[in-house]
Structures are given as C-alpha cells and as structure tokens.
Design a binder for this molecule. Structure first.
Ligand SMILES: Cc1cc2nc3c(=O)[nH]c(=O)nc-3n(C[C@H](O)[C@H](O)[C@H](O)COP(=O)(O)OP(=O)(O)OC[C@H]3O[C@@H](n4cnc5c(N)ncnc54)[C@H](O)[C@@H]3O)c2cc1C
Length: 613
C-alpha cells in the first residue's frame, strides 16, 4: 500500500502530444514548433530521448537519401524501388511524400553537426548503395534529440505511455494519453488536441534465436515493444499489412548488419561447400511468385527464400565471403568500424568466437520475424495521404492522420511506407506534425476527457503491482505463484505461441489456417492470464505494459496472416495451404480494426493504386 499511498497524479495540458521521442518523434516535435510557434508541444518518452529508440546505439549509414541536388535519384525512383522490394504492395502516395522531403531532413542533420562522409573525388555524400549514404553516426541520436529538445515546450522522459485517451463526446477523437513514470511511479495524464504516435516497432513478438542470458540481443532494439501498434489498436484505429513481418539475413549470433558488406565491401555469400547457391533456386522461386523473381534488385524476401531452401537442402552454413575483401586494409577497417559504430555486439561475438573475417568467412543466418513500418516492411496504421498526391480513397483527413480523428502516426507506427529508415522516419514525423498543426488550427476546441475513464485506467495500469503484493504471500518457496504470472513468463509464452503458430524460426516460417486458428485460441487464454500478471516493482510494471502492447500487436499479426490467403513474401513467411503468390485476389492491402468493447476484429481489403509508372 505504501507505493499507492505515495503516488501522485500529474496532469499536463498540451496542444500537440508526441508519444515516443525516437527518430519520428524528434522529427514531429521539431516540426510542430516550426509551424505552431505559439502551440504547446509536449514530447513524452519512456526512456530518455538523448539515447532512445532504434538509433540509440548510433548508425553507420542513413539508408534513405535521394540526392536530388546531384540528380542521383528522384522520389519516383524511390517509390519504384520500395514497391519492387515489397512485391508490389506499398502506399505510393505516402512513399512519394517521404521521397520528396527526405533530402531536406538529411541536410538539416548535417547542419546540426552530424558528420556525413564525402566522396573525395566528387565532393558528394559517400554512397554505400543506391539509397544509402555513410555517416560517422555514433552520436546520431543525441544530435537529433537536441533539435527536438530545443523545439519542445516540455519533454517528459521516463514516462511509459500505456493508453490513449478519447474525447468524452466524440468516441472517435483522441484527447490525450496516460502512463506512468518508470522511476517514481507517478501517474501521468496528458490532455492534448492532437496526438502523434511515434513509439517504435515490435521486437520480441516472435521467439528470438538468442535465448537464455543472450535473449536481450535481437536484431531490432529489444526496447521496441510494439506501443506504436498497441496504442492505436486499443482505440480502434485501422491497421494495415500487419502480416508483412520482416526476416533479416544477418551475421550469426550478433545480428550484425550485412548492408555495408554487400554494398561497400562487395563481399558475397556462398554455401558450406564454397558454391554460389541463389541461382540454384531460381526455378523454385519462379514457380511461387512468377515474374517477381526477375525484378531488379531481387526483392529481399526472395533472396531469403533461396537461403532458406539451401539450408533445408543441406547447404548450411551459409557464409559471407570476407576473406578476399579484408585483404585490403581500408576495407578491413571499414568492416570493423561498421559494427563498432552501431552494432558493437557483433564485433564482440566475433572476438569471443575466434572469428577474424580476414581469415574466416563468418556465418550468416535468418532472424526471427519483426513487425515495423519504417524498415523494409509495410506494417502500421492506415493513414490518410497527402492532399496533392493521394487518390480520394486514401484521403479522409489530414496527412498521416489515422482513422481516429486527431491521431497521427509516423515512423514505425505508420503503415504502407517501407524503406523510410531513420531519415524517412524523421521526415514522416515532420509531415505528420505539419498536418497536426493544421488540424488544431481548424478544429480549435479542446476535446473533453472523462474523469471516470481516467480513474478506471489508473487502477488498471497499477493493478499488476497489487497482484504481486497480494499474491506473493501465497508463495512458500521459489518464485512461482499460484495466482500471478511474471511479465517474463507472459512474454515467453507469447513468443513461443507466435513462433510455433504464426511462422517463426522453429517452424521454418511456415504456417496455415489450422495453425493460426489454434494460435488464436491459445492467445485468448494468454489474454485471460495476462490480467493476472504480477509486477514486483516499477521496472516490471513497465515490462507488463510493454508485454500488453506486444500482445495486441501480435493478435493483429495473427488475424492479418489468417486473412491473406496467399504467400506474398516467401522468405518472410509461408502460408502452407496457399503456397503461391496470388495477384488476382491479393494485389491489395489488408486492413483490420479491433473493437475493444467486444474484443472482435474486422478485416477488409483496400486497393493498391499504382500512381508512379
Ligand atoms: C538494428 C537496426 C539497424 C538499423 N540500421 C539503419 C541504418 O543503417 N540506417 C538507417 O537509416 N536506419 C536504420 N535503422 C532504422 C531506424 O533505426 C528506424 O527506421 C527508426 O529509428 C524508426 O523511427 P521511429 O521513431 O519509428 O522509432 P524509434 O526511433 O525506435 O523511436 C521510438 C521511440 O518511442 C519510445 N517509446 C516506445 N514505446 C513507448 C511508450 N509506450 N511510451 C513512451 N515512449 C515509448 C522509444 O523509447 C523510442 O524512443 C535500423 C534499425 C535497427 C533496429
């Protein structure tokens, strides 16, 4: 009771509330101030924006830069590239919108002090590939965060947002958010006229390859806990393409990225016997997806597919051939620096396993699946498009507004727009913020909040502490309680369930209707049990709410995977009962809506408009 007795309620009023201070959240905060000089702009973040989100460790490349000043690429090229990689299904209006604005974002980063490498011969930014430019990016996040800090009226760090608040009169209009301080336990109520959700992607919804003490090492940041999906889903926002999870081919055990190796160091892969293997699986792939296999570049999922087939056929381990490139001292340095600036864990793994890539070709493997809308997949909220470019069917409100009024999304939160990465996510935050300012100016009035709802949410948020406080008295030995489960137990159950029923690593990414239906039944049981999670302290309370957001996102992934009766992205997952790509019936987006009152999901199709030829 002592903790409850001390808990304060802190109320904050804002015009614009930005949930999540990662790349998109910093972009949204920065731009909100630019267009809304007199507005109160509040950014709320569960960690500290200085080093939060997927870019916390730093990056070695900005993966989305057109280079329009040098006529390197145009936004239309970007749309074609993203659409090609996603097997034809992207929101071209949204992608174009990112493409036309992203260069200005990168120029700002450089102005703010981010060192971008330059090609000494041309003076242009050093390219890693067609879309990537190389940076000295260890301090990328602090540089971007400084701009957001200076722009914000207030930044609230260490606040885990658990729920969005809705207008007491209009149940389809957002009115703010609630959460708690993960250090003090204080309850926070934010009231706002517009909310921009930028709370990152979803790792740890599928069982990771790393287990035991290494479980915290996943490819996407382990703290990316699906709030970008859990928060809008709870309030009935429509989601899109949630089945479109991504599986990454990465260096084994450390998930070290391979982009710089392929693109800059020009390394290549081979099977255990030193043979090139991708061409071996051409006919097999063509049978599944038809002409998509002939596209350039070959879509990422199809390259995964070839690797998976080779492994299933006895060709493992697959290796990256580094021995040749690493004879060049410059390339050797670049190879190591690539990890030291952003994935230091991979360098540590190699050191601990006696792997010197100059003498040993390191192993590659495929990761567990992830769901996020900013990297190379399309999952996220179904958002209204730009006024000048979106077809009428994609435009019901302000740019990047979800199907809930006043609720905007950016970065991982926003669906249909893959390949935006760090720079594109910041850019999308800016786009959403400009639209949110316009929305506020147009609607004027502040939404009302229902005090009874706030109190109901407060008791729900802190209930796991009470479950633990009471339930622990029943334990006579060890940690297993008859009346509660711990957040880690719940998470591991979810990961196992998603892995085995929804196409994770232990089933070679295979699923089908009977598996998905059983998975949904088991998920119902997990949902019932999740009301009985016991949280020992505030840290575990945060873990509890992260789990709950992951659970809701996972349920959405299950429903979407069940709905799309084809295998659109072999190499990411397979519907064993519908093994082929089916353009006749499924060249479309999948949309879902969750009704929190009934617990029911509604799914529908939406057309894909090809705007760019
Ligand atoms: C391993 C890896 C490598 C990558 N490599 C590159 C690369 O080389 N180049 C490149 O350009 N991009 C790269 N990316 C992609 C890039 O990092 C993401 O596209 C980008 O960070 C997405 O921005 P975001 O704002 O949506 O999410 P994030 O930047 O992850 O920000 C989300 C923020 O929300 C906060 N948050 C989450 N939940 C809550 C909550 N409930 N309440 C309050 N706050 C919350 C988080 O703490 C975080 O600060 C990489 C990503 C990863 C994981």
């Amino acid at each position: 009771m002592a903790l409850f007795g001390r808990r304060k309620t802190i109320r904050v009023e804002a015009d614009i509330l930005v949930v999540g201070g990662g790349m998109a959240g910093c972009g949204a905060t920065y731009e909100s101030r630019y267009w809304g000089r007199d507005l109160k702009v509040v950014c709320v973040e569960k960690a500290n924006i200085e080093r939060s989100g997927a870019v916390a460790q730093g990056l070695y490349a900005i993966n989305c830069y057109m280079g329009m000043q040098w006529n390197e690429n145009q936004p239309e090229d970007f749309v074609r590239y993203a659409s090609n990689d996603l097997m034809g299904l992207v929101r071209e209006d949204l992608a174009y919108d990112i493409g036309r604005h992203v260069d200005s974002t990168v120029h700002k980063f450089e102005e703010w002090g981010l060192p971008i490498m330059r090609d000494p011969a041309t003076g242009r930014y050093q390219r890693e590939g067609k879309w990537q430019i190389m940076i000295h990016g260890e301090s990328y996040k602090p540089i971007v965060a400084e701009a957001a800090r200076k722009a914000a009226s207030e930044v609230y760090n260490r606040i885990m947002v658990t729920h969005l608040l809705m207008d007491s009169q209009n149940r389809n209009r957002v009115a703010g958010a609630v959460g708690f301080n993960v250090r003090t336990g204080d309850f926070y109520v934010f009231e706002a006229k517009a909310v921009i959700v930028a709370a990152g992607g979803a790792s740890h919804i599928f069982k990771p390859r790393s287990v035991g003490e290494g479980m915290g090492r996943t490819w996407y940041a382990p703290w990316s806990s699906a709030s970008a999906y859990g928060l809008p889903i709870q309030v009935g926002a429509k989601m899109t393409q949630m089945e479109n999870r991504i599986v990454l081919t990465r260096f084994k055990d450390g998930y070290g990225p391979v982009g710089a190796y392929f693109l800059h160091l020009k390394t290549y892969t081979q099977n255990a016997y030193g043979q090139e293997y991708e061409s071996k699986w051409y006919d097999d792939t063509k049978q599944l997806v038809g002409n998509y296999v002939d596209r350039h570049p070959v879509p990422t999922c199809l390259r995964n597919h070839a690797l998976l087939k080779e492994v299933a056929n006895g060709g493992a381990p697959i290796r990256m051939v580094t021995k040749e490139a690493f004879q060049d001292p410059h390339k050797e340095t670049v190879g190591w620096e690539n990890f030291l600036g952003m994935t230091i864990g991979q360098a540590v793994v190699w050191a601990s396993q006696n792997i010197d890539p100059k003498h040993i070709n390191p192993e590659l493997t495929t990761s567990e699946p992830y769901v996020m809308g900013s990297h190379a997949t399309c999952s996220g909220a179904w958002s209204s498009g730009p006024e000048d470019y979106a077809p009428p069917e994609y435009r019901w409100g302000y740019n990047r507004m979800m199907t809930v009024e006043g609720l905007f999304g950016a970065g991982d939160a926003s669906g249909g727009t893959p390949h935006k990465f760090s720079s594109g996510s910041f850019t999308e935050g800016r786009i959403a913020a400009k639209a949110a300012v316009n929305y506020i100016k147009d609607v004027g009035a502040k939404p009302g909040v229902d005090e009874a709802e706030i109190r109901r949410l407060e008791s729900q948020i802190f209930q796991p502490l009470e479950n633990y406080r009471v339930g622990r008295n029943e334990i006579v030995a060890g940690t297993v309680s008859p009346s509660y489960i711990l957040p880690l137990h719940a998470l591991q159950r979810l990961e196992k369930l998603m892995d085995e029923y929804c196409g994770g690593i232990t089933v070679n990414y295979m699923t089908n209707e009977p598996l998905l239906l059983r998975g949904l039944e088991l998920m119902e049981m997990l949902k019932e049990d999740s009301d009985h999670i016991g949280a020992e302290d505030l840290h575990q309370l945060q873990r509890t709410w992260e789990f709950k957001h992951r659970l809701l996102a996972s349920e959405s992934v299950m429903h979407h995977t069940l709905f799309r009766t084809e295998t659109r992205w072999p190499g990411y997952y397979y519907r064993g009962d519908h093994m082929k790509l089916d353009d006749q019936n499924w060249h479309c987006f999948t949309l879902s809506r969750y009704d929190a009152d009934t617990g029911k999901w509604t799914l529908e199709k939406a057309p894909v408009y090809h705007i760019v030829q």
